[in-house]
Each structure stands twice: as C-alpha cells, then as structure tokens.
Design a protein around this ligand. Sequence first.
Ligand code: NAD
Length: 252
Amino acid sequence: MRNFNDAIILVTGAASGIGAATATSLAANGAKKLILADLDEGSLADFAFSLPCERQLLIGDVADERLWSNADLTGLTHAVVNAGIGAGGTIEEMHFEEWRRVQSANLDGAFLSLQAAMRSIRANGGNGAIVLTASVSGIKAEPGTAAYGSSKAGVIQLARIAAREGASARIRVNSIAPGGVETPIWNTVPFFTDLVAETGSEEAAYRAMSANAPLGRFAKPAEIAGQILFLLSEDARFITGTCLVSDGGYSL
Ligand code: NAD
C-alpha cells in the first residue's frame, strides 16, 4: 500500500488497459479524487462508477487544446499522462495521415496533458509528481514501428525536459517504458491481428510475440500500474527525469 490520501490525480486514457488499472490502484491506495480523461465516454463512465473515491470525468481528445482550456484541475497534485494509440507500418508504406494521427494522439496529447498538469500543480504550490507512459518502442528500433516508436521517444524526452523545468516547483516527472502489456490497444495493430489469426487466440499471439524476450511473456496492466504508483509515490522522491523500462528484458 502507498499513501495517496490527500492526492488529486489526473489519469488520461483511463477507460481501459494501463490507465484503468492505474486509476483502480490509486483509488485503492487512498486517492482523494481522480480526474479521469478519455475519448470513450461510455466506457469511462461505466468504469468510473466502480471507483470508491471522488471522481471527475474529462471526455474528449487529449490532443484538443479545448479539452484542457475547459478542464478544472484545481488542487491537482499528481498526473498520469497515459492516453495513446497503437500503430504499425514501415516508413515506406505508411501514409502521412497515419503518421500525423499517431503523433497527434501520442505526442501532442502528451504535451498538452503535461502542460495542463504542470501549470495546475505549480499554481497549487508545487510539490507533485507526474508519470508519462512511453514505450520500449521509444528505445528499441523495431522495423514497422516508425510512427509509434518516434512518438514514444518524444514522450521520453518530454519527460526529461519537464523534470528540469518542473524542479523549481518541486514537481518530479518520469516516464515508464513498458514492453508488451495485455490490453485492447493491440487489436488496432495490424501485425498483431494477423498473428491472432495465425495462432488462433490473443493469448497465443502474446506468447509468440514474447517468445524471444528473457521473461518470455507480456505484462498484465496491474503490474505496470504498480510501477506507475511507485514513481508517483514518496518512495521515488529522489527520482526525476528517468525512464523506467519495464519490458521483461525485451530491449536487452
Ligand atoms: P488501451 O487501448 O487499453 O487504452 C488506451 C486508452 O486511451 C483508451 O481508453 C482510449 O480511448 C484512450 N485514448 C486514446 N487516444 C486518446 C485521445 N487522443 N484522447 C483521449 N483518450 C484517448 O491501451 P493501453 O495499452 O492501456 O495504453 C495506454 C498507454 O500505454 C498508451 O500510451 C500506450 O501507447 C502505452 N503502452 C502500451 C503498451 C501495451 O503493450 N499495451 C506497451 C507500451 C506502452
């Protein structure tokens, strides 16, 4: 258990996967209030209903400035900048619109969410923590991941620069770079859906994709959530500007 008793925490991409697992864990660890952002209004409302704490919903695209200019982030102490989309395709075959769509959701969205969170935490007297969800694809150069990997490399550097800029208000900023995690994001990635068709199930596709990684499996969303809570918590109070690679050794 970690103590988030007086915390008011923004989680983006909270309706599913890693974001939902993180919000669940924060609520279980005493968060006073969760501000949950997602495009998917129905899923977010259903999910938020189950949480045992005060919650506020922000429905819309994190890459739309209007979402943030209308958002009430009063009293914010922590943020998990997590919303993102998957993508696949080589540089030579990718359409520019697809490249732009990925940069918009993953990098523009992270920038605007981070900016809103830093401004609010500073206005609230500072002393907070932020985690951005990057990816091991932002570190390891894998064919077919140009758009996604470049957006996530951007997220890692954004967190590093934010760590330097936020330090004057005692705001710590870190990123996490998960390897494969069992979430619905994979259903939108063509090479994964092809593999599901080949192997017969999502579980078999996860196993096939991690066969060469040292720990030989995908992570569960709750495992990544636990590491995000560590980075947000007082246990990580001397850690800022780092990227925690959580990939079962995949990138070694
Ligand atoms: P997910 O699809 O289960 O959840 C992502 C959530 O973000 C969804 O609810 C979706 O509606 C929301 N979202 C997407 N774009 C949005 C936007 N522009 N505005 C508002 N909400 C938006 O996926 P996940 O795996 O939980 O992904 C969470 C984060 O983790 C993403 O940034 C993803 O890139 C990253 N990540 C995932 C994996 C993995 O293997 N699942 C690995 C590394 C990093």
